[in-house]
Write a protein that binds this ligand. Sequence first.
Ligand code: HPA
Length: 281
Amino acid sequence: MEKMADEFLTRADYTQSARFVATHTKHQPKIGMILGSGLNPLADEIAQADIISYRDIPGFPVSTVQGHTGELVIGNLNGKSVIAMRGRAHFYEGYSMQRITLPIRVMRTLGVETLIVTNAAGGVNVNYRAGDLMLITDHINFVGMTGLNPLRGPNDDSLGPRFPDMTNAYDPILRALTKQVAADAKIQLHEGVYVMLSGPSFESPADVNFIRMIGADAVGMSTVSEVIVARHGGMRVLGVSLISNSLAHAHELVSHEEVLAAGKAAVPQFTALIKGVMARM
Ligand code: HPA
């Protein structure tokens, strides 16, 4: 019964978490951000910040992974009021799909209309190198295809439709804007498809071949379930991957340290890109 309760959360759960956040900040952000592995220094740029630890928020999933700090940073970034997640919890840590996507519902409850999702991802496209940035144009919900969809269970029609559309899940206008910002700032930006696998083991060479064949350019262990919940709730979504390692040039072993190090090196470009987008949103 406990398990069922964790799998199928309700509006009451989201409201309880959202109320806690609302009473601990003076801001009313309309833009939400999820900062993935190694990318959370962007949150340092947020001014007049109210910082709330995930641990203190009722029902909030707490990440146990190094590089995922686990706090909400709510304040102003380039003139816009934002709520940023410094780190996220993942499915592989043992949480249910609904639990890892609770923060999206909480942001929606707080009035967030646009979600910027970021992650570190392995490059499957042979043209990608460690440290590159990729604008997500679409995703492959690989874990969802096997039944692990965050929308599985009773649908609350007041949160969103039973069968939400996933065409243009990554907002075409935000994508165009991001490409323009990248071009103006001379930041190289690939465009590609992101596939979510559950992890935590990295991909075998045969996995990588398979992933490339099905049309993915980058692979990671997050994001897709978050985007599905965001779209279910009618949020506009922008997705950016940091290619932290290349899986296309085989025989190189992948490590979490490498993922974090690539994040560190790419942070200036990543920060410039996101701040540029903010300024023009
Ligand atoms: N595979 C899966 N997830 C990842 C990778 C990878 O190579 N790098 C960063 N996240």
